[in-house]
Design a protein around this ligand. Structure first.
Ligand SMILES: Cc1cc2nc3c(=O)[nH]c(=O)nc-3n(C[C@H](O)[C@H](O)[C@H](O)COP(=O)(O)OP(=O)(O)OC[C@H]3O[C@@H](n4cnc5c(N)ncnc54)[C@H](O)[C@@H]3O)c2cc1C
Length: 327
């Protein structure tokens, strides 16, 4: 294996992560650095893995809630942004590139397929981890290869190892493999730029009325696919009923928590599945409010909401009660 030259003095101690998350919450990283290229990210990942140093890679921090006590090991912010497009529609992109930028560049190159990415504020790597998507499309549909670093080895793989499902992959499991996503290859069909922009604009318009301006991580819980539950809900819109989908926000609203506040945390008044930081909320307050909503929904409807947002860092001593202690 090639020897990796990384100067550990580049790692900063105790950098606050709140600024690197869209929820604006969370404690410090034990060690922290930023990588501006895919090669640098790969080298740092190889270094961390061969030194047995726990590695957490962040894109835009738009799908995470780090604990108030922070993250042990090394946290790397992934700034690689290269996107290379071949005439045959094969795209090779750094995992740190903006997912929305990838949409724009591929449309400018005469390709289509990523219209749904407009309005998803994150990196391509973060999109892969949660199989990000919207409007019935997911990022996993277009992948052909993923470059990774695992056990100190950098190599291209077919995407099957990711185990993609609805908003899920193996990297979201409770004990995820230590895999760094470095670059991604996609194959996109040829398209018509005007049609792509029109479609993306339509999606953007649909988001405007729903998405609150406050700090959030988008939808906090996953929607529920349960035909029986959908059939039992009298006023669920017909298109959702026939698809057997129950939006998490619908259930949170039905238990009366739309717009509910707790210690600087709030469930959206426009869209109850948006957990908002409306005033210096700690990560613990945000999580307590989320778990309170989860308990209320489970008591009323018998279904357990599953988080789309990832709790990362040191939550080991966290006890989930579903109660809201008095402030
Ligand atoms: C307003 C708003 C709207 C949103 N709308 C949508 C939507 O419509 N659909 C949707 O699916 N999501 C949506 N999201 C959620 C979020 O934007 C996506 O999940 C996004 O793809 C996350 O990317 P990120 O770079 O921010 O990931 P981060 O939050 O930085 O990371 C997420 C996870 O991936 C891991 N990770 C990131 N990069 C790598 C890498 N290179 N290698 C290994 N692990 C890595 C991190 O360690 C972490 O565990 C929304 C969020 C917001 C704030």
């Amino acid at each position: 294996m090639q020897e990796i030259q990384i100067d550990p003095s580049r790692f900063e101690r105790g950098r606050s992560l709140a600024l690197f998350t869209t929820l604006k919450a969370g404690g410090p990283a034990e060690l922290f650095c930023e990588c501006a290229t895919a090669d640098d990210l790969a080298a740092v990942a190889q270094y961390a893995q061969t030194q047995d140093l726990r590695l957490t890679i962040l894109g835009w921090g738009s799908n995470i809630l780090p604990s108030d006590t922070g993250i042990s090991g090394l946290v790397v912010v992934n700034g690689g942004s290269d996107i290379v497009i071949e005439p045959d529609g094969v795209v090779t992109a750094d995992s740190g590139c903006s997912f929305q930028e990838l949409f724009l560049k591929t449309v400018q190159a005469g390709l289509k397929g990523l219209e749904f990415a407009v309005g998803i504020p994150g990196s391509l790597g973060g999109a892969l981890v949660s199989n990000a998507g919207a409007y019935r499309s997911n990022v996993s549909e277009f992948l052909t290869e993923i470059e990774v670093v695992e056990n100190g080895v950098r190599e291209w793989r077919t995407p099957a190892f990711m185990g993609f499902h609805y908003r899920d992959s193996v990297l979201r499991s409770e004990t995820p493999p230590q895999i760094a996503l470095i670059r991604v290859r996609l194959k996109l069909p040829r398209g018509d730029a005007k049609a792509s922009y029109d479609e993306a604009r339509d999606y953007q318009r649909q988001r405007i009325g729903k998405q609150p301006p406050s700090a959030s991580a988008g939808s906090f819980f996953k929607n529920i696919y349960d035909q029986k539950l959908a059939d039992s809900l009298d006023n669920l819109p017909e298109r959702l009923k026939s698809a057997g989908v129950v939006p998490a926000g619908y259930l949170i609203e039905k238990v009366g928590l739309k717009g509910f506040r707790y210690e600087g945390a709030m469930l959206g008044a426009r869209h109850a599945n948006f957990l908002l930081n409306v005033g210096g909320a700690k990560a613990s307050s945000l999580r307590r409010l989320a778990e309170y909503a989860k308990r209320r929904v489970e008591e009323t409807y018998g279904v357990r909401l599953e988080e789309e947002v990832l709790y990362i860092g040191d939550w080991l001593n966290w006890v989930s009660t579903g109660e809201l202690p008095a402030s």
